[in-house]
Design a protein around this ligand. Structure first.
Ligand code: MLT
Length: 240
């Protein structure tokens, strides 16, 4: 199994993903929020690349069963029902609902990778479930870090390193690319204290400044969710 990591979606174009098995990671906070929503019974998440498209798509759907969620500059978007805090996506709010979702980096990374043959979403919350599935699946994997406004993001890369570590059982194999090898090193340096690492990253600092400190705790929890979000037919659903 060849494991490669893109530290930002800007490194490639949509066609690169054609036929590939891809895992998208946006720890703060899109992939953590998507995992939370689906594990609390959301029917599906429809990721979109612009706010305008989110409004347009939701307008064509059944009102009561559809919610708009996401953020711009970390904050809830005017007219949206939900922001991008995992804690907002409780069962009583999201169960049975379609959520049209926009976020600065995460939803755009997913949309960019939409031509993948298999597209999964990973966070620290569900990393073992994703790793177990990928091991059984035994295909080459591209891990796409959502990054931060096209730049590198430590928290996504450390999670990618943890996934590589799980998939190789900690042993360095020849089929690791330079970026996978680097992510393994960073995972070993930062992966033992995830919450501390999140609090010290650029995006973590911004979230704390904007009042979302509790989200960092939720995003740092390891393996409290068993769902594997899977993108198919324009929406992310729980893989059965
Ligand atoms: C994103 O997709 O850019 C993030 O989830 C931003 C955030 O809400 O913290």
């Amino acid at each position: 199994m060849k494991l490669d990591i893109l530290f930002s979606p800007v490194l490639t174009d949509e066609l690169f993903f054609t036929g590939k098995t891809t895992v998208v990671i946006d720890i703060l906070r899109a992939s953590s929020t998507i995992v939370e929503a689906l594990s609390n019974g959301a029917k599906e998440i429809v990721p979109v690349g612009t706010i305008e498209f989110a409004v347009k798509v939701s307008g064509g759907m059944f009102g009561g069963q559809t919610l708009l969620g996401g953020e711009r500059n970390t904050k809830k978007i005017e007219g949206f029902a939900l922001g991008n805090s995992p804690s907002e996506y409780t069962a009583d709010v999201v169960a049975g609902k379609t959520i049209v979702f926009y976020s600065t980096n995460g939803s755009r990374a997913i949309v960019k990778a939409k031509y993948s043959s298999n597209l999964f979403i990973c966070s620290f919350n569900n990393i073992m479930a994703v790793a177990r599935h990928l091991k059984k699946f035994n295909e080459d994997v591209i891990i796409l870090c959502a990054g931060n406004n096209n730049f590198f993001s430590l928290e996504d890369f450390v999670c990618a390193g943890m996934l590589v570590n799980e998939l190789t059982n900690g042993k360095k194999k020849n089929d690791l690319t330079d970026s996978s090898t680097s992510a393994l090193v960073l995972f070993k340096a930062f992966g033992k204290e995830i919450h501390k690492m999140l609090s010290e990253t650029e995006h973590g600092q911004l979230l704390i400044k904007n009042g979302y400190e509790k989200d960092l705790k939720a995003c740092a929890v390891l393996n409290n969710k068993d769902v594997i979000p899977f993108y198919s037919g324009n929406a992310i659903k729980v893989l059965k």
